[in-house]
Design a protein around this ligand. Structure first.
Ligand SMILES: [Zn+2]
Ligand SMILES: [Zn+2]
Length: 248
């Protein structure tokens, strides 16, 4: 399976990532990607960018090195109410909003509390993708989570880094999530979660999980960059620039 878009990439702005937007765009071009989302961590993660970073993303060109650049965030879920660490007026201006649990930002709780937190984040109309929900550090009720994602039409991420450098022990949960997603027909997004340009578009391990779970191509958002854009448009995001891009 070939993916046209990477929905999850970090830059130096995250504080613990090592490439620039230009380096990521060049790497994406080399890998044959048509689109990448720049999704640096929300401001509550230690070393993460100040809130102004997100307000100023408007200075980014829409296309760099022939690759469409989405202005995004990987926001932190802060509590059981599913509150995020970026105010709504900022979230609304972005092209894509990812949300998930991160150490230092969310205290962690019982399975019931974590499930409540993640489902409340799903209910936030600004949230497009829930990232790395299989993290064993923050156990959730997988059935309830996937059903809520399906009901509210929020995509579930299968995160490639969860099987390489981060969140050890994620495989089993991710496979279970992927199987449940296939069963109910929930949407999947595959993200590299690259913290350096060499990993942009690296989906190898995540694709294996998706394959084992039997997820169909039609349920994977970023198989086609236009499918991803249509999904984000349906969520009220403004992609009027795309028309201009396609004309030239
Ligand atoms: Zn990170
Ligand atoms: Zn990330």
């Amino acid at each position: 399976m070939k993916l046209e878009a990477d929905t999850h990439c970090h830059t130096v702005a995250s504080g613990h990532a090592y490439s620039t937007i230009l380096e990521n765009a060049k790497a994406a071009k080399e890998r044959g990607l048509k689109l990448i989302a720049i999704t640096d961590h929300g401001p509550s993660l230690p070393g993460g960018p100040h809130i102004y970073h997100f307000g100023n993303l408007k200075v980014l060109p829409r296309v760099i090195e022939g690759v469409i650049i989405l202005r995004g965030v990987e926001a932190n879920i802060l509590d059981c109410d599913g509150r995020l660490d970026l105010p709504e007026r900022y979230l609304k201006e972005l092209d894509i909003v990812l949300a998930g649990f991160h150490t230092f930002c969310y205290p962690g709780g019982t399975v019931e509390e974590n499930t409540r937190a993640i489902i409340n984040a799903i209910k936030n109309p600004c949230v497009d993708i829930i990232v790395h929900p299989g993290n064993p550090e923050f156990s959730i009720d997988i059935e309830k989570f996937v059903e809520a994602a399906k009901d509210y039409d929020v995509a579930i991420e299968i995160n490639n880094s969860s099987f390489t450098v981060s969140r050890r022990g994620s495989e089993e949960n991710c496979l279970q999530i992927a199987k449940k997603a296939r069963e109910v027909g929930a949407r999947i997004a595959i993200g590299s979660d690259a913290h350096i340009c060499f990993d942009v578009g690296n989906f190898e391990k995540a694709l294996k999980i998706v394959e084992v779970a039997g997820i169909k191509e039609e349920n994977i958002l970023n198989v086609s960059y236009l499918r991803l854009i249509d999904y984000l448009k349906d969520k009220g995001r403004d992609f009027s620039f795309i028309k201009k891009y396609q004309e030239y």
